[in-house]
Design a protein around this ligand. Structure first.
Ligand code: SF4
Length: 493
């Protein structure tokens, strides 16, 4: 199924006492599995000794009991789930990136994509740096370790590095004695922090990972904020706050994040209900039942039903034991997986005019198959509603939105797309409504739930990029690396 993938989930924990943090990180990564299913990794710091393991696969495939017991106890740990939008999918690109340098060791986890990574990598290579992966995360690790040579502390080195890197980065960094979390000055990707009852400090991409380890959400990091946890407590560095207009990715609310997470003070579940409700107002239709495509279309369908008064029904059942199928190899396998993944409930749709809600349309072929499933189950009409605006532009901030020639909305009108996917009508959420999904944001208020100016990135929909973007297209190292090298590493790793 053509779904959009995001880069990663990050997690970190600092504990006042030595305890089994490998298992804590493991539980948190389970909660963040939806953010990346290609690779996973954990590093545990036991009094300055770093033990780590990372590999390709889902969290439960990468970590068995033996591996976790070997990682064992410590007082700081970081973890990562990866989906590759920068760097190919191989073992050497898995995270955490762990480096040993003259001032100690460091483990780094990154969610997002830099827009200036190619220039930085070239600069570093010209200075003699040798890269072991094709990720922009390794670039960040080099910059921090280089800055550490002339700064008094790791947090100063991180603060200096933030001046050099542009784009999307939510980072969790472990040093021998400190845990540091960084959210880029635009705040593209979420990053929150919480506390456990025993005083442990936890950072995670989403609050659902805090819940998984029994931590209470304290707050989200502000865009540009650096938070340091160590034996002296928790302190915040705000030198980069306010440098840019906030630009949280609106697609976090629509699709990426788990509905039980709260991002920048707004429940993702409620944001999706709002998306459905806005859709019902923007694209009303006479129908008998509203159904959603699991998972993220379900909340929007409920919101549509409540707003329109049309009954809500469960019309498609998802096989829970299949992961997000975009990681499946080969186009043919992906096509078969639509049927395996989704099955219609005929009793809900038979003889009825159906409103069918999904979170996005990419190329249109998946939507076409889902519409056919519902029609074959007996629906008399299928009205397709999309809880996001139409994709018209690529993303440079850590999401694998296709190039324009592969995006159906760039090539066809709504009427043509409706015909192509076999729907009786089609309606997308407007960009303006997508920017009002967070709690408390109205055209009048202009503020989010935290009282901050509500401004979001919606560039893949409206083409307004919050940063400069690479002229050469997506900033991928592979384009500059000999094909044979890539093939060798993809095969052998
Ligand atoms: S371009 Fe789209 S997917 Fe990328 S960060 Fe902006 S809103 Fe999110």
């Amino acid at each position: 199924m053509q779904k959009i993938g995001e880069e990663c989930g990050v997690f970190g924990i600092w504990s006042p006492v030595r305890q089994n943090l490998a298992y804590m990180a493991y539980y948190a990564l389970f909660a963040l599995q939806h953010r990346g299913q290609e690779a996973a990794g954990i590093a545990v710091n036991d009094d300055g000794v770093f033990r780590y393991h990372r590999d390709l696969g889902l969290v439960h495939e990468v970590f068995g009991k033996e591996k976790l017991d070997r990682l064992g106890e410590g007082h700081i740990a970081v973890g990562h789930t990866r989906y590759s939008t920068s760097g190919i999918s191989n073992r050497s690109n898995a995270q955490p990136v762990v480096v040993r340098h003259i001032k100690g060791s460091m483990a780094l986890c990154h969610n997002g994509n830099l827009v200036n990574s190619l220039e930085l990598r070239e600069e570093l290579e010209n200075e003699g740096c040798i890269f072991h992966s094709t990720t922009d995360t390794e670039v960040i690790s080099y910059l921090i370790t280089r800055a550490r040579l002339h700064t008094a502390s790791i947090e100063e080195a991180v603060n200096e590095t933030v001046n050099r890197i542009h784009g999307a980065f939510s980072l969790v960094i472990m040093s021998p004695t400190k845990l540091i979390a960084v959210r880029d000055p635009h705040g593209f990707r979420p990053l929150c922090y919480g506390m456990c009852e025993d005083g442990s400090v936890v950072f995670a991409s989403e609050s659902c990972a805090l819940d998984a380890v029994g931590a209470k959400l304290v707050r989200d990091l502000a865009p540009g904020e650096i938070v340091v946890a160590d034996p002296n407590g928790v302190r915040s560095i705000k030198d980069h706050c306010g440098e840019c207009r906030p630009s949280l990715c609106v697609f976090e609310y629509i699709y990426f994040a788990r509905p039980d997470s709260v991002i920048d003070g707004s429940s993702v579940h409620e944001a999706r209900l709002r998306a459905g409700s806005f859709l019902a107002l923007e694209h009303p239709v006479q129908a008998d039942v509203v159904i959603g495509v699991p998972d993220s279309g379900l909340d929007a369908a409920l919101g549509f039903a409540r707003q329109s008064g049309i009954p809500y029904g469960i019309g498609l059942l998802k096989n829970k034991y299949i992961g997000r199928t975009f990681i499946s190899p080969g186009q043919a396998a992906r096509e078969d997986l639509v049927k395996i993944k989704l099955n219609p409930i005929a009793e809900t749709v038979k003889g009825k005019r159906v409103v069918l809600i999904d979170d996005s349309i990419v190329r249109g072929t998946t939507s076409q198959r889902i519409v056919k499933l519902v029609r074959d189950a007996g629906a008399t009409e299928v009205h397709f509603r999309v809880s996001s605006p139409a994709f018209l532009n690529p993303c440079y901030y850590g999401t694998d939105i296709d190039s324009r020639e592969n995006l159906i909305a760039c090539q066809h009108t709504n009427e043509e797309i409706a015909k192509m996917i076999g729907a009786d009508s089609l309606g997308y959420l407007s960009v303006e409504s997508a920017k009002r999904l967070a709690k408390g944001v109205t055209s009048e208020s202009g503020f989010d739930a935290n009282g901050n100016v509500a401004s979001y990135c919606a560039a893949c929909f409206d083409g307004v990029y919050p940063t400069e973007v690479p002229e050469s297209g997506k900033d991928r190292f592979e384009q500059k690396i000999p094909k044979e090298w890539l093939e060798r590493h993809t095969k052998t790793n």
